[in-house]
Design a protein around this ligand. Structure first.
Ligand SMILES: NC(=O)C1=CN([C@@H]2O[C@H](COP(=O)(O)OP(=O)(O)OC[C@H]3O[C@@H](n4cnc5c(N)ncnc54)[C@H](OP(=O)(O)O)[C@@H]3O)[C@@H](O)[C@H]2O)C=CC1
Ligand SMILES: O=C(O)[C@@H]1CCC=N1
Length: 273
Protein backbone atom coordinates (compact mmCIF):
# COMPACT_ATOMS: atom_id res chain seq x y z
CA UNK A 1 0.00 0.00 0.00
CA UNK A 2 2.87 2.45 0.83
CA UNK A 3 3.90 4.14 -2.40
CA UNK A 4 0.37 4.35 -3.83
CA UNK A 5 -0.72 7.91 -4.40
CA UNK A 6 -3.93 8.61 -2.52
CA UNK A 7 -6.14 11.60 -3.32
CA UNK A 8 -9.12 12.97 -1.42
CA UNK A 9 -11.82 15.10 -3.01
CA UNK A 10 -13.44 16.91 -0.10
CA UNK A 11 -11.58 17.81 3.09
CA UNK A 12 -14.44 17.75 5.59
CA UNK A 13 -14.85 15.89 8.88
CA UNK A 14 -14.56 12.40 7.47
CA UNK A 15 -11.67 13.03 5.07
CA UNK A 16 -9.79 14.81 7.84
CA UNK A 17 -10.34 11.84 10.16
CA UNK A 18 -8.95 9.39 7.61
CA UNK A 19 -6.06 11.60 6.49
CA UNK A 20 -4.91 12.35 10.03
CA UNK A 21 -5.17 8.68 10.96
CA UNK A 22 -3.22 7.69 7.83
CA UNK A 23 -0.40 10.18 8.42
CA UNK A 24 -0.22 9.32 12.13
CA UNK A 25 0.04 5.63 11.21
CA UNK A 26 3.17 6.47 9.19
CA UNK A 27 1.77 6.84 5.67
CA UNK A 28 3.90 9.26 3.67
CA UNK A 29 2.23 12.70 3.56
CA UNK A 30 4.02 13.32 0.24
CA UNK A 31 1.87 10.57 -1.31
CA UNK A 32 -1.39 12.20 -0.22
CA UNK A 33 -3.18 15.06 -1.97
CA UNK A 34 -6.41 16.69 -0.83
CA UNK A 35 -8.77 19.07 -2.59
CA UNK A 36 -11.59 21.14 -1.17
CA UNK A 37 -13.94 23.86 -2.35
CA UNK A 38 -12.76 26.41 0.22
CA UNK A 39 -9.17 26.89 1.35
CA UNK A 40 -9.16 27.06 5.17
CA UNK A 41 -9.50 23.33 5.89
CA UNK A 42 -6.81 22.63 3.29
CA UNK A 43 -4.37 25.09 4.85
CA UNK A 44 -4.92 23.51 8.26
CA UNK A 45 -4.33 20.01 6.84
CA UNK A 46 -1.14 21.10 5.11
CA UNK A 47 0.16 22.86 8.20
CA UNK A 48 -0.69 20.07 10.63
CA UNK A 49 -0.01 16.98 8.53
CA UNK A 50 2.19 18.11 5.63
CA UNK A 51 -0.08 16.69 2.90
CA UNK A 52 -0.32 18.22 -0.60
CA UNK A 53 -3.33 20.47 -1.11
CA UNK A 54 -5.22 21.94 -4.06
CA UNK A 55 -8.58 23.47 -4.87
CA UNK A 56 -8.50 21.73 -8.26
CA UNK A 57 -10.25 18.33 -8.16
CA UNK A 58 -8.68 17.42 -11.51
CA UNK A 59 -5.24 17.79 -9.93
CA UNK A 60 -6.26 15.11 -7.42
CA UNK A 61 -7.45 12.90 -10.24
CA UNK A 62 -4.19 13.33 -12.19
CA UNK A 63 -1.97 12.63 -9.14
CA UNK A 64 -3.69 9.67 -7.54
CA UNK A 65 -3.90 5.88 -7.88
CA UNK A 66 -6.78 5.76 -5.41
CA UNK A 67 -9.25 8.65 -5.39
CA UNK A 68 -11.34 8.90 -2.23
CA UNK A 69 -14.59 10.76 -2.86
CA UNK A 70 -15.42 12.47 0.42
CA UNK A 71 -18.04 15.07 -0.47
CA UNK A 72 -21.66 15.10 0.70
CA UNK A 73 -23.96 12.68 -1.16
CA UNK A 74 -26.11 15.62 -2.35
CA UNK A 75 -23.28 17.06 -4.46
CA UNK A 76 -21.50 13.87 -5.55
CA UNK A 77 -23.11 13.85 -9.03
CA UNK A 78 -22.08 17.47 -9.71
CA UNK A 79 -18.54 16.98 -8.44
CA UNK A 80 -18.03 13.88 -10.60
CA UNK A 81 -19.63 15.48 -13.66
CA UNK A 82 -17.18 18.36 -13.43
CA UNK A 83 -14.08 16.13 -13.44
CA UNK A 84 -12.00 15.94 -16.62
CA UNK A 85 -12.74 12.34 -17.58
CA UNK A 86 -9.82 12.23 -20.02
CA UNK A 87 -7.64 11.97 -16.88
CA UNK A 88 -9.37 8.72 -15.87
CA UNK A 89 -7.56 5.55 -16.84
CA UNK A 90 -7.92 1.90 -15.94
CA UNK A 91 -5.20 2.02 -13.31
CA UNK A 92 -7.25 4.30 -11.07
CA UNK A 93 -9.62 3.09 -8.39
CA UNK A 94 -12.41 5.35 -7.12
CA UNK A 95 -13.46 4.90 -3.52
CA UNK A 96 -16.64 6.66 -2.40
CA UNK A 97 -17.31 7.09 1.30
CA UNK A 98 -20.70 8.72 0.69
CA UNK A 99 -23.68 7.28 2.50
CA UNK A 100 -26.55 6.07 0.33
CA UNK A 101 -25.00 6.16 -3.17
CA UNK A 102 -24.80 2.70 -4.67
CA UNK A 103 -21.97 1.39 -6.85
CA UNK A 104 -24.18 1.28 -9.96
CA UNK A 105 -25.23 4.90 -9.48
CA UNK A 106 -21.61 6.01 -8.94
CA UNK A 107 -20.77 4.34 -12.26
CA UNK A 108 -23.35 6.49 -14.04
CA UNK A 109 -22.03 9.67 -12.40
CA UNK A 110 -18.55 9.14 -13.89
CA UNK A 111 -18.86 6.59 -16.69
CA UNK A 112 -15.17 6.77 -17.61
CA UNK A 113 -14.31 5.29 -14.20
CA UNK A 114 -14.79 1.55 -14.22
CA UNK A 115 -13.32 0.41 -10.93
CA UNK A 116 -15.24 1.37 -7.84
CA UNK A 117 -15.09 0.72 -4.13
CA UNK A 118 -17.60 1.86 -1.55
CA UNK A 119 -16.23 2.34 1.93
CA UNK A 120 -18.29 3.26 4.96
CA UNK A 121 -15.97 4.56 7.68
CA UNK A 122 -16.63 6.45 10.89
CA UNK A 123 -14.99 9.41 12.58
CA UNK A 124 -13.00 7.41 15.18
CA UNK A 125 -10.69 6.80 12.20
CA UNK A 126 -9.08 10.07 13.31
CA UNK A 127 -7.69 8.32 16.39
CA UNK A 128 -6.90 5.00 14.70
CA UNK A 129 -10.04 3.34 16.08
CA UNK A 130 -12.22 3.51 12.97
CA UNK A 131 -14.59 0.84 11.69
CA UNK A 132 -15.00 0.66 7.94
CA UNK A 133 -17.21 -1.60 5.83
CA UNK A 134 -16.12 -2.09 2.20
CA UNK A 135 -17.44 -3.51 -1.05
CA UNK A 136 -15.91 -3.39 -4.54
CA UNK A 137 -17.14 -3.90 -8.08
CA UNK A 138 -16.09 -7.30 -9.46
CA UNK A 139 -13.47 -5.78 -11.77
CA UNK A 140 -11.35 -4.34 -8.93
CA UNK A 141 -8.30 -6.61 -8.74
CA UNK A 142 -7.41 -8.42 -5.54
CA UNK A 143 -4.31 -6.22 -5.34
CA UNK A 144 -6.36 -3.01 -5.54
CA UNK A 145 -8.92 -4.35 -3.07
CA UNK A 146 -6.04 -5.05 -0.71
CA UNK A 147 -4.70 -1.52 -1.21
CA UNK A 148 -8.11 0.03 -0.43
CA UNK A 149 -8.50 -2.29 2.54
CA UNK A 150 -5.02 -1.40 3.80
CA UNK A 151 -5.78 2.30 3.40
CA UNK A 152 -8.75 2.01 5.74
CA UNK A 153 -7.05 -0.57 7.98
CA UNK A 154 -4.42 2.12 8.67
CA UNK A 155 -7.11 3.93 10.64
CA UNK A 156 -8.95 1.04 12.30
CA UNK A 157 -10.71 -2.25 11.65
CA UNK A 158 -12.21 -3.20 8.29
CA UNK A 159 -14.96 -5.57 7.19
CA UNK A 160 -15.52 -6.53 3.55
CA UNK A 161 -19.15 -7.32 2.74
CA UNK A 162 -20.52 -9.26 -0.23
CA UNK A 163 -23.96 -7.69 -0.63
CA UNK A 164 -24.25 -3.96 -1.08
CA UNK A 165 -27.31 -3.76 1.19
CA UNK A 166 -24.95 -4.64 4.04
CA UNK A 167 -23.24 -1.27 3.61
CA UNK A 168 -26.43 0.31 4.96
CA UNK A 169 -26.15 -2.07 7.89
CA UNK A 170 -22.57 -0.89 8.42
CA UNK A 171 -23.86 2.71 8.46
CA UNK A 172 -26.42 1.82 11.15
CA UNK A 173 -24.07 -0.28 13.28
CA UNK A 174 -20.81 1.66 12.93
CA UNK A 175 -20.82 4.70 10.58
CA UNK A 176 -23.46 6.64 12.49
CA UNK A 177 -22.88 4.83 15.78
CA UNK A 178 -20.30 7.17 17.36
CA UNK A 179 -23.06 9.80 17.44
CA UNK A 180 -25.34 7.42 19.37
CA UNK A 181 -22.67 6.95 22.02
CA UNK A 182 -21.96 10.69 22.16
CA UNK A 183 -25.67 11.37 22.69
CA UNK A 184 -25.77 8.82 25.50
CA UNK A 185 -22.69 10.35 27.12
CA UNK A 186 -24.09 13.88 26.74
CA UNK A 187 -27.21 12.78 28.63
CA UNK A 188 -25.09 11.14 31.33
CA UNK A 189 -22.80 14.15 31.64
CA UNK A 190 -25.80 16.43 31.95
CA UNK A 191 -27.35 14.31 34.72
CA UNK A 192 -24.03 14.10 36.56
CA UNK A 193 -23.95 17.91 36.45
CA UNK A 194 -27.48 17.97 37.89
CA UNK A 195 -26.07 15.85 40.72
CA UNK A 196 -23.59 18.64 41.50
CA UNK A 197 -20.45 17.73 39.56
CA UNK A 198 -18.69 20.39 37.51
CA UNK A 199 -18.91 20.09 33.70
CA UNK A 200 -15.30 18.84 33.60
CA UNK A 201 -15.67 16.36 36.46
CA UNK A 202 -18.93 15.05 34.97
CA UNK A 203 -17.15 14.49 31.67
CA UNK A 204 -14.25 12.70 33.36
CA UNK A 205 -16.65 10.35 35.14
CA UNK A 206 -18.65 9.36 32.08
CA UNK A 207 -15.80 9.23 29.57
CA UNK A 208 -13.67 7.03 31.80
CA UNK A 209 -16.63 4.71 32.43
CA UNK A 210 -17.16 4.44 28.66
CA UNK A 211 -13.46 3.92 27.95
CA UNK A 212 -13.16 1.23 30.62
CA UNK A 213 -16.27 -0.54 29.34
CA UNK A 214 -14.99 -0.40 25.74
CA UNK A 215 -11.61 -1.81 26.77
CA UNK A 216 -13.32 -4.64 28.67
CA UNK A 217 -15.39 -5.51 25.61
CA UNK A 218 -12.30 -5.63 23.41
CA UNK A 219 -10.16 -7.48 25.97
CA UNK A 220 -12.78 -10.23 26.44
CA UNK A 221 -13.84 -11.25 22.92
CA UNK A 222 -15.16 -14.63 24.14
CA UNK A 223 -17.35 -13.12 26.84
CA UNK A 224 -20.87 -12.21 25.77
CA UNK A 225 -21.82 -8.57 26.28
CA UNK A 226 -24.73 -9.77 28.43
CA UNK A 227 -22.23 -11.46 30.79
CA UNK A 228 -20.17 -8.30 31.10
CA UNK A 229 -23.40 -6.48 31.94
CA UNK A 230 -24.42 -9.12 34.48
CA UNK A 231 -21.00 -8.90 36.17
CA UNK A 232 -21.73 -5.25 37.02
CA UNK A 233 -25.25 -5.95 38.22
CA UNK A 234 -25.37 -6.96 41.88
CA UNK A 235 -28.64 -8.54 42.91
CA UNK A 236 -30.88 -5.91 44.46
CA UNK A 237 -28.23 -3.24 43.87
CA UNK A 238 -27.95 0.09 42.12
CA UNK A 239 -27.18 -1.14 38.59
CA UNK A 240 -30.25 -3.36 38.62
CA UNK A 241 -32.40 -0.32 39.38
CA UNK A 242 -30.80 1.73 36.59
CA UNK A 243 -31.13 -1.12 34.08
CA UNK A 244 -34.76 -1.72 35.02
CA UNK A 245 -35.40 1.93 34.23
CA UNK A 246 -33.81 1.51 30.77
CA UNK A 247 -35.88 -1.61 30.17
CA UNK A 248 -39.09 0.10 31.27
CA UNK A 249 -38.24 2.83 28.74
CA UNK A 250 -37.79 0.12 26.09
CA UNK A 251 -34.20 1.06 25.35
CA UNK A 252 -33.40 -2.09 23.30
CA UNK A 253 -36.47 -1.56 21.08
CA UNK A 254 -35.57 2.12 20.72
CA UNK A 255 -32.04 1.19 19.63
CA UNK A 256 -33.45 -1.19 16.98
CA UNK A 257 -35.79 1.54 15.78
CA UNK A 258 -32.97 4.07 15.54
CA UNK A 259 -30.74 1.68 13.58
CA UNK A 260 -33.61 0.85 11.21
CA UNK A 261 -34.19 4.58 10.73
CA UNK A 262 -30.56 4.98 9.64
CA UNK A 263 -30.94 2.12 7.14
CA UNK A 264 -34.18 3.58 5.80
CA UNK A 265 -32.57 6.99 5.35
CA UNK A 266 -29.68 5.38 3.45
CA UNK A 267 -32.21 3.65 1.17
CA UNK A 268 -34.08 6.92 0.63
CA UNK A 269 -30.81 8.68 -0.18
CA UNK A 270 -29.99 6.06 -2.79
CA UNK A 271 -33.19 7.11 -4.60
CA UNK A 272 -32.59 10.85 -4.13
CA UNK A 273 -28.99 11.31 -5.30
N1 LIG B 1 -19.11 12.34 9.12
C1 LIG B 1 -19.20 11.03 9.27
O1 LIG B 1 -19.23 10.49 10.39
C2 LIG B 1 -19.26 10.15 8.05
C3 LIG B 1 -19.45 10.66 6.79
N2 LIG B 1 -19.50 9.82 5.71
C4 LIG B 1 -19.65 10.38 4.37
O2 LIG B 1 -18.53 11.19 4.13
C5 LIG B 1 -18.89 12.22 3.21
C6 LIG B 1 -18.40 13.54 3.75
O3 LIG B 1 -19.03 13.78 4.98
P1 LIG B 1 -18.43 14.82 6.01
O4 LIG B 1 -16.96 14.76 5.96
O5 LIG B 1 -19.14 14.58 7.28
O6 LIG B 1 -18.94 16.18 5.34
P2 LIG B 1 -18.32 17.66 5.37
O7 LIG B 1 -19.38 18.61 5.01
O8 LIG B 1 -17.59 17.85 6.67
O9 LIG B 1 -17.23 17.62 4.21
C7 LIG B 1 -17.53 17.75 2.85
C8 LIG B 1 -16.44 18.58 2.23
O10 LIG B 1 -16.62 18.60 0.82
C9 LIG B 1 -16.16 19.86 0.38
N3 LIG B 1 -16.66 20.19 -0.94
C10 LIG B 1 -17.88 20.68 -1.28
N4 LIG B 1 -17.95 20.85 -2.61
C11 LIG B 1 -16.76 20.45 -3.12
C12 LIG B 1 -16.21 20.40 -4.41
N5 LIG B 1 -16.92 20.77 -5.50
N6 LIG B 1 -14.94 19.96 -4.57
C13 LIG B 1 -14.22 19.57 -3.50
N7 LIG B 1 -14.67 19.61 -2.23
C14 LIG B 1 -15.93 20.03 -2.04
C15 LIG B 1 -16.68 20.82 1.43
O11 LIG B 1 -15.93 22.02 1.31
P3 LIG B 1 -16.35 23.41 2.03
O12 LIG B 1 -15.62 23.39 3.32
O13 LIG B 1 -15.85 24.48 1.14
O14 LIG B 1 -17.84 23.41 2.15
C16 LIG B 1 -16.42 20.03 2.71
O15 LIG B 1 -15.16 20.33 3.28
C17 LIG B 1 -20.39 12.19 3.05
O16 LIG B 1 -20.69 11.66 1.80
C18 LIG B 1 -20.87 11.28 4.16
O17 LIG B 1 -21.99 10.51 3.75
C19 LIG B 1 -19.35 8.48 5.83
C20 LIG B 1 -19.16 7.92 7.05
C21 LIG B 1 -19.12 8.69 8.27
O1 LIG C 1 -24.92 11.05 8.86
C1 LIG C 1 -24.49 10.64 7.77
O2 LIG C 1 -25.23 10.62 6.78
C2 LIG C 1 -23.07 10.20 7.67
C3 LIG C 1 -22.96 8.76 7.24
C4 LIG C 1 -22.57 8.00 8.48
C5 LIG C 1 -22.20 9.03 9.43
N1 LIG C 1 -22.43 10.22 8.95
Amino acid sequence: MQGKKVGFIGAGNMARSIISGLVESGYSAADIVVSNRSIDKLMALQEELGVNITTDNDAVLAFSDIIVLAVKPQIMADVLAQLDDTLVDDSKVFMSIAAGIKLARLGTMLPAAKRWVRAMPNTPSSVGKGMTGLIATDNVSAEDQNACGELMAAVGEILWVREETKIDGVIAAAGSAPAYFFLFLEAMQSEAENMGFSHEDARLLVQQAMLGAAHMVVANPDTELSTLRENVTSKGGTTAQALATFTAGELPALVSKAMQAAVQRAEQMSNEF
